[in-house]
Design a protein. Structure first.
Length: 191
């Protein structure tokens, strides 16, 4: 009497070829990798967050990015805003950089407002980043002044780069390019 040996077919997962359909296994290289900042303080994944449930665990660029990390991205003397200006940050962390002879160097700020909340309160701009495709730019609804905010949402709130200016002395499109560049430099130095 002949008996055949059979083995049970293993469960199909992402790395097991699907013999029936002829599809090859999906390798780790094929899967899209989430964008993230990798700081000494930890990995900060770029992505969506719920502003109503995020709580107090908001990323603080002023304390969770070291002076050395800011310097590696080209920013000198990044310091928290003086206490007398803290009200401007509306309870969020904010820090200024002093970049050589730049008249209006970028400032950095944490935010608990995601893209949807921001879009309801300000004027959204069309300036984009190829390096950080989910980055968005905005300014005050009044349209007054050349200030530009570039913001990227992360799983721990948003990081904002702000480049200000004075009407007649600075250009909003340049300020937006500078704000975008600030976040791109930090990302490119630490991802």
């Amino acid at each position: 009497m002949l008996s055949g040996c059979t083995t049970e077919q293993p469960l199909n997962d992402d790395t097991t070829p699907n013999i029936e359909s002829g599809t090859p296994p999906e390798s780790a290289e094929d899967k899209p990798q989430a964008q993230a900042f990798v700081f000494e303080s930890g990995v900060l994944e770029i992505g969506d967050f719920d502003p109503y449930t995020i709580g107090d665990d908001i990323f603080d660029p002023c304390t969770e990015i070291t002076q050395e990390e800011f310097a590696a991205a080209g920013f000198e003397d990044v310091e928290p805003l003086p206490e007398k200006y803290a009200a401007f940050a509306r309870g969020m962390s904010a820090c200024d950089s002093q970049n050589g002879d730049e008249l209006f160097p970028p400032a950095f700020m944490s935010s608990n407002a995601n893209r949807k909340v921001v879009a309801e309160q300000v004027e959204m701009f069309d300036y984009k980043s190829e390096v950080l495709p989910t980055l968005y730019t905005f300014g005050p609804l009044s349209g007054i002044g050349p200030n530009c905010y570039a913001q990227i949402d992360t799983v721990r709130g948003a990081i904002t780069a702000i480049v200000g200016g004075v009407e007649g002395f600075s250009d909003q499109s340049q300020n937006c390019r500078d704000a975008i560049d600030a976040l791109e430099r930090i990302y490119q130095a630490f991802h």
